[in-house]
Design a protein around this ligand. Structure first.
Ligand SMILES: Nc1ncnc2c1ncn2[C@@H]1O[C@H](COP(=O)(O)OP(=O)(O)OP(=O)(O)O)[C@@H](O)[C@H]1O
Ligand SMILES: [Mg+2]
Length: 246
């Protein structure tokens, strides 16, 4: 396994310009996530959690700083290479699900693989299994408009995991779910973390989920702090704990 972190963020800054006013959202973000690590990000509404997830997920170029995924500087890549990296290695669960309305639940989950020209017959069993594991085995042919809000969220999670990504970025993945469905979604994330070594970075307000992560970081005033309030503990155990002896 690679020594490089799955995700490394350095001196990241990001904000928005609206007319003549400038809103600085992320001021100085430093973060390293090791292979298979589980991290929760918490913080009040409007502090920039979704913004940070988009920037880390290679979806929005930051004002300054660097994002490395599996040791590749993602914003130095061409658009095409960045998309390919995202498709292959990152699973993204948006705060709002963003499923394709004209396709069934099963097709939505298959989409990242079909985009990559995988043969449907070969990959469909895994997509079905993921939907079954989030409790949607009976909803494979439903289109998003026929699904409940929580069901759509679960389809979105299955879609994010179908590529067996090295990194799952999930923005409040169980925000709209009842506790039983949320538990099923949490369990699936943790199982894939254990089975495939998928690193988890999850924005959540749910103590039950945060408690199952190895680290919880607080986004406040544009910086990541540990939950005790110190600055910059986000400099995770940098060296992989496996690289003992140097
Ligand atoms: N495209 C944009 N243009 C201008 N301002 C934006 C844009 N996107 C987000 N913002 C602002 O940036 C700030 C952070 O937004 P963001 O969605 O990242 O917050 P959040 O921490 O995810 O909040 P929540 O917990 O409510 O989801 C907010 O004040 C928001 O209004
Ligand atoms: Mg948000």
């Amino acid at each position: 396994m690679s020594e490089a972190p799955v995700l490394a963020v350095e001196h990241l800054r990001h904000g928005y310009t609206l007319g003549r006013s400038r809103l600085e959202v992320l001021r100085d973000i430093e973060l390293r996530v090791r292979a298979g690590e589980r991290l929760a990000i918490v913080g009040a509404s409007g502090q920039g959690k979704s913004t940070l997830m988009h920037v880390m997920g290679s979806l929005e170029r930051p004002t300054a700083g660097q994002v490395r995924i599996l040791d590749q500087d993602v914003y130095a890549l061409s658009e095409a290479k960045r998309s390919a990296l995202r498709n292959r290695h990152i699973g993204f669960v948006y705060q709002l699900h963003r499923l394709l309305p004209e396709f069934t639940a099963l097709e939505n989950v298959l989409m990242p693989l079909l985009v990559r020209r995988e043969r449907r017959r070969r990959v469909e069993p895994w997509a079905r299994e993921l939907l079954e594991r989030v409790g949607l085995g009976e909803r494979l042919q439903h289109k998003p408009g026929m699904l409940s809000g929580g069901e759509r969220q679960r389809v979105a999670l299955a879609r994010a995991l179908v590529n067996r990504p090295a990194l799952l970025l999930a923005d409040e993945p169980t925000g709209n779910l009842d506790s039983a469905s949320a538990e099923r979604v949490h369990r699936l994330m943790l199982e894939l973390n254990a089975e495939l070594g998928t690193a988890l970075v999850v924005v959540t307000h749910e103590p039950a989920l945060a408690a199952r992560m190895e680290r919880v970081l607080h986004l406040r005033d544009g910086r990541l702090q540990d939950t005790a309030g110190d600055t910059h503990p986000a400099q995770a155990p940098l060296a992989d704990t496996r690289s003992v002896g140097n």
